[in-house]
Design a protein around this ligand. Structure first.
Ligand SMILES: [Zn+2]
Ligand SMILES: [Zn+2]
Length: 382
């Protein structure tokens, strides 16, 4: 039974075994192995049958008046690591480039503290698969994982931030992460010989026209103070240089800080697609919200005291941050349970999702301290 865990060792081990969404079997097995080294007296470990790589751990409180949830994501990205670190990924083409290895390690550190010092309230640790895609949080909620005595009254979670100094906690009341909608646009016209354009209906040209018009959505239809994003990252059309393409397909993502803004952008893109269909006499099919994430909207009743605590804690450096345009699947959970998401600074040279992302590991123990102290304080209140 260990009172302390070697968190750097744990983080490096997790970093070496990154796995993609819903395939986190090595990771889940290792997490369980670490959890089993902790005192088991107050712990209950629970699995979700339909989500086998998820892990839920409840710590029994001494005089519980509420159940406080804490979530970490556990999946990695299809990125080939280029950090050159001695503990780089050993799974080819997979990397913890979003810092979820740090998230898991911090969660284990906090869990270990409360496995050794019984909390007053019940604590629920959720090791969540599939944050990057496939909506792991939503799948867990839909599987009924948070019902009955496994229902948290409030939920917390963090994300690492390479733009903040190591160990700094960042947060804001309101939206922390944008919501996203995934969008696919299919153009259907008529293929033909390159030399006979009048007998065909060229979808490369229709698609190009759509792409250019889509650039006006954010610049001309969105309040600049509120902001939004439309990005098409994938374009497919045609097969060979001298055949006119009868089909084209675009895949992209829409971001906004509120659900209202996302829906506004959705509608503008749909209207442009309708215009293209008319002017090019082709078929344009817009498919929206495939795997989109709701915005991470922090609950004011919990977030204001959270910020207050972090500002005043002598062991914590705190900054108020701006909202981020990246998406986070914790947004779905925060639409089910009130809660707060916050940043943990890791002072990296490379951004999130980069093959060179190298977070400063000194953030881990600072994160564990900040969260442990916050939870102790939260549990002491009515
Ligand atoms: Zn990510
Ligand atoms: Zn992430």
């Amino acid at each position: 039974m260990s009172e302390t865990l070697d968190l750097i060792h744990i983080r490096r081990h997790l970093h070496q075994i990154p796995e993609l969404a819903l395939h986190e079997t090595q990771t889940a097995a290792y997490l369980r192995q670490v959890i089993e080294t902790m005192p088991q007296q107050w712990l209950t470990i629970h699995h979700i049958p339909s989500l086998p790589t998820a892990l839920m751990v409840k710590v029994q409180g001494s005089k519980p008046q509420r159940c406080i949830g804490y979530r970490t994501d556990i999946d990695a990205l299809p990125v080939t690591e280029a950090t050159g670190l001695p503990y780089a990924s050993t799974n080819p083409g997979r990397m913890h480039a979003c810092g979820h290895d740090i998230h898991m390690t911090v969660a284990l550190g906090v869990l270990n503290y409360f496995a050794n010092h019984q909390p007053k309230d019940d604590l629920l640790f959720f090791f969540q698969p599939a944050e990057e895609n496939d909506n792991g949080g939503k799948l867990a909620v839909e599987a009924g994982a948070f019902t009955g005595e496994w229902r948290p009254d409030e939920f917390y979670g963090l994300h690492v931030n390479p733009e903040l100094p190591a160990g700094v906690i960042g947060c804001r009341n309101g939206t922390l992460f944008a919501g996203t909608t995934e969008i696919n646009v299919d153009f259907v016209g008529k293929g033909g010989h390159a030399a006979y354009p009048h007998l065909a209906n060229d979808m490369v040209v229709a698609c190009a026209s759509f792409i250019m018009q889509a650039q006006t959505v954010v610049s001309r239809s969105v309040d600049p103070i509120e902001g939004g994003v439309v990005t098409f990252g994938k374009l497919n059309a045609g097969s060979i240089r001298n055949v006119i393409a009868g089909r084209a397909r675009l895949e992209g993502t829409i971001r906004g800080l509120t659900q209202t803004m996302i829906e506004h952008i959705d509608q503008r893109l749909q209207a442009i697609a309708n215009g293209i269909a008319t002017s090019f006499e082709c078929e344009v099919n817009v498919e929206l919200n495939q795997g989109g994430y709701l915005p991470v909207e922090n609950d004011p009743q919990l977030t204001i005291p959270f910020i207050q605590f972090m500002k005043n804690a002598p062991d914590v450096d705190f900054v108020e941050t701006a909202p981020a345009m990246t998406g986070e699947d914790f947004g779905y959970m925060l639409h089910q349970f009130p809660g707060t998401m916050f940043w943990l600074g890791v002072d990296g040279h490379a951004p999130l999702h980069s093959a060179k992302m190298t977070p400063d590991e000194s953030a881990i123990s600072k994160g564990v301290t900040a969260i442990t102290e916050f939870l102790e304080d939260r549990m002491s209140r009515e």
